[in-house]
Design a protein around this ligand. Structure first.
Ligand code: AHM
Ligand code: MG
Length: 336
C-alpha cells in the first residue's frame, strides 16, 4: 500500500496490520503504547531546560515535589506503560540489571528490550537523545516471561525502532517491511508520516567514531579510518567526521544523510573488552533498522549483528553500521 505523507502513525499501523489477516492487533497495540511513552518522555525532555529554574534532579522543585533525573524518568515511564499494556510477558531495560516482569493478569505474547534514554552525556546540554526499542515474540510457555525470551537473535526481531528527541521529535520504526519515519506535531500530540520508506544512501561521505580514542585503536580500526580519509569521494573532497556522542543521534544522521558509525574494540577500557554498546538495547534494534533501510551492521570481526546469539542481558558488542558501501569496505579490514 502506498504510504502517503501526513498520515498518522495509528493509521499506518492499522494499514500494516490489515496486510496480515492473521494479525491479532497486539503488535499494533504494543507499538501504540510505546508511542505514548515516547510522547510523555518528549514532553519531559522539552521541559528539561527549565530544570535549573524548577529545581535540580534529586532535589525538590518550587512546588516541593521531587524532580527525577530524565533517564530515570524515561525508564519509569516505559516500565509503567509496559507492565500493564497486556501485550508483553517480560521486558529488559538498559538501566535495570535484571529482567522486569509485568503485572499479574497482563501477560502477553511479546517481549520488549529498550534503552530508555540513550546518550546520557548529552541530556543536560540540549543535544539529541533518544529511546531505542526492540520487540520479539516470546518463546517460553509459562505465565510470566523469562530471561531466554529476551535473549533472542536480532534476526528474529518482530519490530524495532527509536524515538529521537531532537530539533523535533521523530519516531523511526520497522516491522520488517521497510523503515518509516514520523514527526511529532507537539501542538496536537500526534505523529505524522514525514519520511516514508527511508533508505540509507548506498555510499556516503561521513564517518562517525570517537577519534579521541585513536591512540587506543587496534590496527584494523586505524587502517580503515585512514582509508576513508584518503578516499577521494567522487573526485570531490574526502570524508568528513560527524560524532555527536548519542548513538541514536549519530545513527539517525547517518540513516538520512548516509554514513558509517563505528564503536569497535579498543585498548582503552579493559573492563569493556567488547566496546561500549549493548547488543540487546542498542546494536540489534538499530541493525534491524539499518538493514531494512538497505544498509549493513557488523561486528569488528565481520559477523552480522543480527546473527549474534545473545548470552547476557547486558552484553556489549563492537558495532560498525551504516551505508552499504562503507560497511562493505569495513569488511575488508575487520573480517577475520
Ligand atoms: P550511555 O548508555 O551511557 O548513554 O552510553 C552510550 C553512548 C552512546 O549513545 C554513544 O554512542 C556512546 O555512548 C558514546 O561513547 P563515547 O563517549 O565513549 O564516545
Ligand atoms: Mg545507550
Amino acid at each position: 500500500m502506498a504510504k502517503r505523507k501526513g498520515i498518522t502513525v495509528s493509521r499506518q499501523l492499522m494499514d500494516s496490520q490489515m496486510l496480515h489477516p492473521e494479525a491479532t492487533g497486539e503488535l499494533t497495540g504494543l507499538l501504540n503504547e510505546l508511542i505514548v511513552a515516547g510522547k510523555i518522555i518528549s514532553a519531559e525532555v522539552n521541559m528539561a531546560g527549565l530544570a535549573d529554574i524548577l529545581g535540580q534532579s534529586g532535589k525538590t522543585n518550587i512546588q516541593g515535589e521531587e524532580v527525577q533525573k530524565l533517564d530515570e524518568f524515561a525508564n519509569q515511564t516505559i516500565k509503567r506503560r509496559m507492565e500493564q499494556c497486556g501485550y508483553i510477558c517480560v521486558m529488559g531495560s538498559e538501566e535495570d540489571d535484571d529482567i522486569i516482569g509485568v503485572l499479574d493478569g497482563y501477560e502477553g505474547k511479546y517481549t520488549v528490550a529498550f534503552d530508555p534514554l540513550d546518550g546520557s552525556s548529552n541530556i543536560d546540554v540540549n543535544v539529541s537523545i533518544g529511546t531505542i526499542f526492540a520487540i520479539h515474540k516470546r518463546k517460553s510457555k509459562g505465565k510470566q516471561g523469562v530471561r531466554e525470551d529476551l535473549l533472542q537473535k536480532g534476526r528474529d526481531l518482530i519490530a524495532a525502532g527509536y524515538i529521537i528527541y531532537g530539533s523535533s521529535t521523530m519516531l523511526v520504526y520497522t516491522t520488517g517491511d521497510g523503515v518509516h519515519g514520523f514527526t511529532l506535531d507537539p501542538s496536537v500530540g500526534e505523529f505524522f508520516l514525514s519520511h516514508p520508506d527511508i533508505t540509507i544512501p548506498e555510499r556516503s561521505k561521513y564517518y562517525s567514531v570517537n577519534e579521541a580514542y585513536e591512540k587506543y585503536w587496534h590496527d584494523n580500526t586505524r587502517n580503515y579510518i585512514e582509508h576513508l580519509k584518503e578516499l577521494d569521494y567522487r573526485g570531490e573532497r574526502c570524508y568528513s567526521l560527524r560524532y555527536i556522542g548519542s548513538l541514536v543521534a549519530d545513527f539517525h544522521r547517518n540513516l538520512i544523510k548516509g554514513g558509517v558509525f563505528l564503536y569497535a574494540r579498543d585498548k582503552k577500557s579493559t573492563d569493556k573488552p567488547d566496546g561500549k554498546l549493548r547488543l540487546l538495547y542498542e546494536a540489534s534494534p538499530l541493525a534491524m533498522v539499518v538493514e531494512q533501510a538497505g544498509g549493513m551492521a557488523i561486528t569488528d570481526d565481520g559477523r552480522r549483528i543480527l546473527d549474534i546469539e545473545p548470552t547476557d542481558l547486558h552484553q556489549r558488542v563492537p558495532l560498525i553500521l551504516g551505508s552499504r558501501e562503507e560497511v562493505e569496505l569495513a569488511l575488508q579490514y575487520f573480517a577475520d
